[in-house]
Design a protein around this ligand. Structure first.
Ligand code: SAM
Length: 454
């Protein structure tokens, strides 16, 4: 296990050189990238993104503190049966364990020390859909008993890799890191760099691959009985310390902190179809960092769910898009494998996994970068554009704001509807239907229940 070296990486987006100074990596152009222990945070606008991650980390701790308090309160209930009381006590114990686990994990972040982050330079935004505890079950699956899942996953990758040397390997979206570790230990890359933006998975796995045993809570999705309901605490450890040359970075796979043509192999395990932009963006970035003749190895689900039908590529269309952008496929296979199974769970998933190896034959036809924040958000002097459907949407928001302004804890739905009918010239029944439907939504969203409007 080693720390990543700044001289072997580049600043994201700009791709200028990096050096270490104090507790930062600094680029030639002066951008600062914080270190969490030895792990560099290499997002564009890294200090801003880390400030956001710290806020999310604190919110997660607050959430578990609230859970623990709530369970204490519920345990005071005089009518609880013995087995329910036992369940709540065990649940509280595991919630406390998890809270302590998170506090310990986040200790290098120094959550109580806040400094004013700099203004955004590039307009980078952490993907809002990637929660801090997203993919948390992967930690236990990767480093505790896995029902043979890790072994099967590794065998698929080993098969498509074949005999060719991996050289300098980048694992993009490495998650809890087991596949990256197994490939590093057994398939002999000269170096393995794991990139992921998930703090929890990266910080926990960085300790495990160094030889630590962590006790990690497993929370079943659908507990199958009383014993399973509170979850369980699992011992998570690596078979052996990672050999030299294995390192981790916190980075976004759309803005990889690598020079053009500097990597021999990119491995994307269970990544491509959970990203927010159509496949072309990932293809372009992988193509950029791969050396000519380098290889892209993928293994995982291949089920895109975008709003546009045309972006939801099947595997055949995916291969076509990849080959149109400077690759030639070597091997493709699809296998049904068990996925995130647990003795605690009533659910048991199987997934058809697509594993392929693509050789880079040339540059991507279209070199595209995933979009950053819009100019009118970055610069308050830029005009905010008016989309074609904006008028109708604004009119709806305006009428909703009018209803909200009438909610004062005294007016009835009928009175509000009368005011709406008068203002918008609507028939009374239509106004009443609209008002009832809107306040129903407020109630469904828990807004009317939380006292915000009191
Ligand atoms: C489905 S999980 C797979 C994790 C791991 N590769 C595995 O096979 O268990 C997807 C991983 O991609 C990471 N990820 C999602 N979007 C990312 C992004 N834009 N940049 C870097 N990592 C990302 C998530 O944090 C998560 O660890």
């Amino acid at each position: 296990m080693s720390s990543p070296r700044p001289e072997l990486l580049k600043a994201p987006l700009v791709h200028d050189s990096l050096r270490e100074e104090d507790s930062f990596w600094i680029s030639e152009s002066g951008a600062k990238f914080p270190l969490i222990g030895t792990i560099p945070v290499l997002f564009p606008d890294a200090r801003l993104a880390l400030a956001e991650l710290k806020l999310r980390s604190q919110a997660l701790i607050n959430y578990y503190e609230a859970n623990v308090d709530q369970l204490k309160e519920e345990l005071r209930g005089p009518t609880l049966s013995k087995i329910t009381r036992d369940r709540l006590e065990k649940t509280r114990k595991i919630q406390i364990h998890h809270l302590e686990f998170l506090r310990d994990l986040f200790s290098p972040l120094k959550l109580n020390q806040r400094s004013q982050p700099p203004a955004p330079e590039f307009g980078y935004r952490l993907p809002p859909s990637q929660a801090l505890q997203g993919y948390f079950p992967n930690l236990v699956r990767d480093w505790s008993s896995s029902h043979g899942e890790n072994e099967k996953q590794f065998e698929l990758v080993r098969d498509v890799v074949g005999e060719q040397p991996l050289g300098r390997l980048l694992v993009a979206g490495a998650g809890a890191g087991r596949l990256a570790y197994d490939v590093h230990q057994h398939l002999g890359p000269s170096e393995t760099i794991c990139a992921d933006l998930n703090l929890v998975l990266t910080l926990a796995s960085s300790r495990i691959v160094r030889g630590e045993t962590l006790k990690i809570a497993e929370f079943p999705v659908a507990p199958k009985n009383l014993a399973a309901a509170p979850g369980a605490i699992r011992e998570c450890k690596a078979p052996a310390k990672a050999r030299e040359g294995f390192s981790q970075i916190i980075a976004d796979v759309y803005y990889l902190p690598f020079a053009d043509e500097s990597v021999d192999t990119v491995l994307t395990p269970w990544l491509v179809d959970i990203l927010p932009h159509r496949l072309e963006f990932m293809i372009s970035e992988i193509n950029r960092v791969l050396k000519p003749g380098g290889r892209w190895i993928n293994s995982g689900s291949f089920n895109f769910r975008f709003a546009n039908w045309s972006d939801c590529l099947s595997i055949e269309e995916g291969v076509e898009a990849i080959e149109l952008n400077g690759f030639r496929h070597e091997k493709i296979r699809q296998d049904l494998i068990p996925y995130l199974r647990s003795d605690l769970d009533a659910h048991a998933r199987s997934e058809t996994v697509t594993t392929f190896s693509m050789e880079k034959t040339g540059p991507a036809r279209s070199r595209v970068k995933a979009p950053l924040r819009s100019p009118w958000i970055m610069d308050a002097n830029v005009a905010v554009p008016l989309p074609s459907n904006a008028q109708a949407q604004f009119a709806q928001l305006e009428s909703q704001a009018f209803v909200i302004s009438l909610i004062d804890g005294k007016r009835t739905g009928l009175q509000i509807a009368q005011a709406v009918a008068q203002k918008y010239g609507l028939p009374p029944n239509e106004a009443l239907d609209a008002v009832v439907s809107f306040i129903t939504r407020l109630e469904d969203d828990s807004i009317l229940r939380t006292g915000i409007w009191a």
